[in-house]
Design a protein around this ligand. Structure first.
Ligand SMILES: NC(=O)c1ccc[n+]([C@@H]2O[C@H](COP(=O)([O-])OP(=O)(O)OC[C@H]3O[C@@H](n4cnc5c(N)ncnc54)[C@H](OP(=O)(O)O)[C@@H]3O)[C@@H](O)[C@H]2O)c1
Length: 346
C-alpha cells in the first residue's frame, strides 16, 4: 500500500526482487515504474538479501514480472489492485492471502484542518483493515511505516523504540491514522510492526522541496535555526532494504505472534548536528551556506514546517542485532547525498 509514494516505491522495488508474490494497491498514481530494462530474471536475488537493491537489477526484475502481470489470477506473481484504503474490499485478498502487508499509504492534507480530516480518514481506514485482519484464520503481519516526528523535539536525548510519543509538526494530525495500529500493537491482539524512520533522504520529498530547489534557485545552502539540532538519516533505498531485513529477521524469531509485536528504528546515521549536515551539502554542491532564523522559517512556511525543519533528536535502537546484521548500501552520508544530488540533476 502506497507503492507509488516516496517510501513505497523503493519498498516495491525491493519486494519485486525478494517476494514470492506481490500484490500492490494502486490508488491514484500508477505504481512507480523503474523504466526500461533489457533482460533478466525476477528471481535474480542472489547476494542482494539484507541490503538495498541495485537499481539496475530492480529494473530488470520489474520488467520481467510486468510481463506476467494480472489483476485476476491468484497464481500471478504480481497482482495490482485498484482502490483507496478507505474503501478497498480487503476480502479480495482472501483468494491469495498475503503473509505480510506493508503499509506506506498516507492520506495527505495540505493545511492543519485538511491534515486533521486526513488523519481521521486514515484512522477509519486502518481500523477497518485491522478489523478484517482480526477475522482471518491466520492474520498477516502488518508493517506500518510511520515517522520519528511522533517523538517530538528531544534535544540531545537518545530516543529508543520504547520512548514516549509527543507528536509535533505534521504528526500532530497524522498520528490519528496511526492510533488504531498503536492500539493493536499495545494490546498484542494482531501481529503489528511499526517502522519509525528519521530523515529519509532520496531524490524527492523534503530534500528536494526544502534544500535542492532552494540551492538551485539561490546558489546557497539553506541552514536553519542555530545549527545545534541533531539529525538522523537513512537513504530511501536502505530504508526499503532495512524494512525487509527486519521483517525477515523477526519472522525467524516468531514475529507473527502478536506477543512479539515491536517497533523498529531504521537509520544509517544518528545524531549529526545540522551544521555538519549543511557543511556536507556545501561540499557536494560547492556553494556557500546561508543561515535562516526560526522566525524567518515560521514566516515563510508556517509553524508546522518550522517545527519539522528544526526539531532535534538522536535516534537509537534496542534492536542491535537487526542493525548490525544489515549491510547499508549507503554507509557514507556524503556519498549517499552525492548520489541523490546527481539523480536530481539528471
Ligand atoms: N518522506 C519522508 O522523508 C518520511 C520520513 C519519515 C517517515 N515517513 C513516513 O513514511 C510514510 C510514507 O510517506 P511518503 O513520504 O512515502 O508519502 P508519499 O510520497 O506522499 O506517498 C503516499 C502514498 O500513499 C498513497 N495514498 C494516499 N492516499 C491513499 C488512499 N486513500 N488509499 C491508498 N493509497 C493512498 C499515495 O498514492 P496516490 O499518490 O496514488 O494517492 C502514495 O502512494 C508516511 O507515514 C510518512 O510519515 C516519511
Amino acid at each position: 500500500m502506497g507503492s507509488s509514494g516516496f517510501v513505497g516505491s523503493s519498498l516495491q522495488y525491493v519486494l519485486i526482487q525478494t517476494a514470492r508474490k506481490l500484490q500492490l494497491l494502486q490508488h491514484r498514481t500508477l505504481p512507480a515504474s523503474p523504466g526500461t530494462a533489457e533482460n533478466g530474471s525476477a528471481n535474480s536475488n542472489d547476494g542482494i538479501k539484507n541490503r538495498a537493491m541495485d537499481s539496475t537489477n530492480l529494473k530488470i526484475a520489474y520488467r520481467s514480472l510486468e510481463s506476467q502481470l494480472s489483476a485476476d489470477s491468484p497464481s500471478a506473481p504480481l497482482i495490482i489492485h485498484h482502490g483507496s484504503i478507505t474503501r478497498f474490499n480487503w476480502a479480495r485478498l482472501e483468494k491469495d492471502p498475503p503473509e505480510v502487508i506493508y503499509h506506506a499509504a498516507r492520506i495527505p492534507g495540505r493545511g492543519r484542518f485538511s491534515r486533521l480530516v486526513a488523519g481521521l480518514r486514515g484512522m477509519r481506514a486502518n481500523t477497518r483493515l485491522l478489523s478484517w485482519m482480526s477475522h482471518q484464520k491466520r492474520a498477516p503481519l502488518l508493517v506500518f511505516i510511520s515517522g520519528s516526528l511522533v517523538y517530538g523535539d528531544r534535544g540531545t536525548d537518545v530516543v529508543f523504540e520504547d520512548s514516549q510519543l509527543y507528536p509535533i509538526s505534521f504528526q500532530r494530525q497524522y498520528i490519528l491514522a496511526e492510533r488504531a495500529v498503536l492500539s493493536a500493537q499495545t494490546k498484542a491482539v494482531l501481529p503489528v510492526m511499526i517502522i519509525r524512520p528519521p530523515w529519509i533522504y532520496g531524490p524527492g520529498s523534503w530534500f528536494e522541496q526544502f534544500y535542492h530547489r532552494h540551492i538551485i534557485q539561490t546558489g546557497t545552502i539553506p541552514a536553519f535555526g542555530n545549527g545545534d539540532q541533531l539529525m538522523s538519516f537513512i537513504h530511501v533505498d536502505d530504508l526499503a532494504g532495512y524494512i525487509i531485513h527486519a521483517t525477515e529477521y523477526l519472522a525467524g524469531s516468531g514475529h507473527s505472534d502478536p506477543a512479539n509485536n515491536t517497533t523498529i528504528h531504521p537509520f544509517s546515521h544518528s545524531g549529526i548536528p545540522h551544521r555538519e549536515f549543511v557543511r556536507i551539502l556545501s561540499e557536494i554542491y560547492q556553494k556557500p551556506i546561508k543561515w535562516y532564523s526560526e522566525s524567518w522559517l515560521q514566516q515563510k512556511y508556517g509553524k508546522t514546517v518550522r517545527e519539522a525543519l528544526t526539531f532535534s533528536m538522536k535516534l537509537g535502537t534496542r534492536h542491535h542485532r537487526i542493525h548490525e546484521a544489515y549491510e547499508f548500501a549507503w554507509p557514507c552520508l556524503k556519498t549517499g547525498f552525492t548520489q541523490v544530488v546527481e539523480e536530481l540533476q539528471k
